[in-house]
Design a protein around this ligand. Structure first.
Ligand code: ITT
Length: 210
């Protein structure tokens, strides 16, 4: 069964391809089926925004035969900034910025903050939605620290400035395949897997298939 990964971020689509391996779904992106949507993230929480994205794309996917849609809303919470940029991570610094501009701005804002006070976490909420209105959500967190300088070229977003003490490198320096076992999205996807299987089974049951 196809699962629509409802995002405009190609980095997320790549990650879900790996994260959902082994369950009977094929990840497709909105572009793969010709859906071109921009969902305004008007919610106050990751949960609200993830559900908003999943439900909007699930409705749009109905005419394309999509039975299951997954969206995530994620962000970076920096303790020295009282949890900012948090749910506003994608819009940190204002419109028109690239990922690089955003993490540069973050390093600037944290100038003078000593290492032990640069603790942070990535948080990811996944929402699953079906065209008939069923919704399920799960959450994952990954703890780390904001570096003094960027390092690494893997991943996307704030990965080059997110240091993982247990790995002794940034998220962008992890060897291939490691991010998909330890990241906030990996933890959320692990919790989402049984729910995806359950939704598939329910839909098969409704269609009279074993
Ligand atoms: P969609 O809403 O279309 O899915 P987006 O990139 O705008 O794409 P979010 O609204 O969830 O996604 O915003 C997440 C922000 O947090 C965005 O700036 C990302 O770069 C950053 N972020 C999320 N997950 C990340 C990860 O695994 N590594 C680095 N940065 C991440």
């Amino acid at each position: 069964m196809d699962i629509l990964v409802a995002t405009g971020n190609p980095g997320k689509v790549r990650e879900y391809d790996e994260l959902l391996a082994g369950i009977p779904v094929t990840c497709i992106s909105p572009a793969d089926v010709g859906i071109d949507l921009k969902v305004s993230e008007s919610g106050a929480t990751y949960h609200e925004n993830a559900v908003l994205k999943a439900e909007t794309y699930a409705r749009a996917g109905r005419s394309h035969g999509i039975c299951l849609t997954l969206a995530d809303d994620s962000g970076l919470e920096v303790d020295a900034l009282d949890g900012r940029p948090g749910v506003h991570s994608a819009r940190y610094g204002g419109p028109g910025l690239e990922d690089t501009d955003r993490w540069r701005l973050l390093l600037q804002e944290l100038e003078g903050v000593p290492q032990e006070q640069r603790t942070a976490r990535f948080r990811c909420v996944i929402a699953l939605a079906t065209p008939d209105g069923r919704v399920a959500t799960v959450e994952g967190v990954c703890k780390g620290r904001i570096t003094l300088h960027a390092a690494g070229t893997g991943g996307f977003g704030y990965d080059p400035v997110f240091y993982l003490p247990e790995q002794n490198c940034t998220m962008a320096q992890l060897p291939n395949g490691v991010k998909s076992s330890i990241s906030h999205r990996a933890h959320a996807a692990r919790a989402a897997r049984p729910k995806i299987v359950q939704l598939i089974n329910e839909m098969r049951g409704q269609n009279g298939r074993p």
